[in-house]
Design a protein around this ligand. Structure first.
Ligand SMILES: C[S@@+](CC[C@H](N)C(=O)[O-])C[C@H]1O[C@@H](n2cnc3c(N)ncnc32)[C@H](O)[C@@H]1O
Length: 393
């Protein structure tokens, strides 16, 4: 006989909490209690999966086997795609339920206390909002999503579970001025810079936790404290994380520049020692490079028909500069680079790689961010460090 999710989920939620504890992503008993008490399956009744041909299908709970697979997945440390815009080609991901381990890491880093208020940017399924409600009570929780369908669905599902946070449909870049101030703001989508309105909506002493991505893939989680009326400052989290970008409007694609037209002048060839997978693998090098490459860098690769492996990676910027880096290793152990246009893009990545090595390969925790109404600056080790990079947009 098939057992229902109602009979099974508490044990699965405890198993998930155990797994997150073992892997160092959950240590606070209050957040453990929330993970054990909130039925994620009620907030994620289905999810989408993409096959190797890029085709999306919804999880199927009609069969016993399908239900079992769905429930196991819900109570695993997995990110689950929950909303797609299917009238575009290819379909665009609009929302997901974040990896539970990333959520618990962020919730712990948020350092909330009884009686505090939290604004979440990116309601999505409402699961993170439910964890916050369990910890702080619904009256302390506010959440905004740019997709009205998502806030409505989350409102219904949360109410069914006895949670009644304030949910609003709108652009979270503006925060929620009508309900401010908040002791904490947590964004579960990435921003290209910190909206100053967020700083204004937390009191001095309050905190903001968000994913800063100054360009595609370039940046990570940063926790800022509002230190003086005109300043917020803090460090990046030691572990890399990536969220979908904040979208200016409902259903809109996020910031994902297309490969620009290539300027055919000044074409040059050389062999690089820097791995062409840097944009995906060597996140800090790519972050440092992005300060010079600019916010609208586009990355692309094409698959070989026979193996599906890409022969090369391409990067380009709107000024027509471009670089193509071969994936195969040359006889000398490097990778062939061809680049053209006004700027030498891969040289910028090589320079960033050299700097990272000279600085003793710092991890994210050595980087910090200072935000004022007029500018935002990333620094190494200390705000007054000689190594500082302005965030430009
Ligand atoms: C990773 S999902 C959020 C996951 C969510 N916290 C949960 O527990 O399911 C990111 C969300 O950010 C939302 N989003 C994107 N742009 C936004 C914006 N400008 N304002 C508010 N939400 C936005 C997306 O619609 C999406 O639901």
């Amino acid at each position: 006989m098939t057992r229902t999710p109602d009979a099974e989920w508490p044990a699965l939620a405890r198993r998930l909490a155990d797994e997150l504890e073992r892997s160092g992503k959950l240590s606070d008993p209050a957040w453990r209690a929330a993970v054990c008490a909130v039925p994620r399956h009620e907030l994620v009744p289905s999810y989408f999966q993409q096959d190797s041909a890029g085709v999306w299908t919804r999880s199927d709970t009609r069969t016993d086997e399908g239900r079992r697979e769905w429930l196991e997945k819900i109570y695993s440390n997995s990110v689950l795609i929950t909303a797609l815009r299917e009238d575009t080609q290819p379909p665009r991901v609009l929302s997901s339920s974040t990896q539970p381990g990333l959520m618990t890491r962020m919730l712990q880093a948020l350092d909330v206390h009884d009686g505090q208020t939290v604004l979440e940017i990116g309601t999505g399924t409402g699961y993170n909002a439910a964890l916050l409600c369990h910890r702080l009570g619904s009256a302390g929780v506010y959440s905004v999503d740019v997709e009205p369908d998502l806030t409505e669905t989350a409102r219904e599902r949360l109410r069914h579970l006895g949670f009644t946070p304030t949910l609003v449909a709108g652009d979270g870049a503006a925060g929620l001025p009508a309900h401010a101030p908040f002791d904490r703001i947590i964004a579960t989508c990435a921003v290209p810079e910190i909206p100053w309105t967020w700083v204004e909506q937390v009191p001095v002493g309050g905190a903001i936790l968000t994913d800063l991505k100054i360009a595609h893939n370039a940046g990570s989680l940063v926790r800022l404290t509002h230190t003086t009326p005109s300043r917020a400052e803090g460090r990046f989290d030691p572990t890399y994380a990536a969220f979908m970008g904040l979208r200016p409007q409902q259903g809109e694609p996020g910031r994902a520049p297309a490969l620009a037209d290539r300027d055919a002048t000044s074409v040059e060839h050389h062999v690089t020692k820097v791995d062409p997978q840097t944009p995906w693998n060597s996140m800090i090098v790519w972050f440092l490079a992005a300060f010079d490459l600019g916010p609208d860098i586009a990355i692309g690769f094409t698959g070989r028909a026979d193996t599906g492996q890409p022969p090369d990676v391409s990067v380009s910027t709107p000024d027509g500069s471009w670089a193509r880096i071969g994936m195969d290793t040359t006889d000398s152990g490097g990778h062939q680079v061809t680049q053209g246009g006004p700027r030498r893009l891969w040289q910028i990545v090589e320079t960033a790689n050299d700097l990272w090595n000279q600085l003793d390969r710092p991890g994210w925790e050595r980087f910090g961010l200072t935000v004022t109404p007029g500018d935002q600056t990333v620094w190494l080790d200390r705000p007054d460090s000689q190594h500082r990079w302005p965030v430009k947009h």
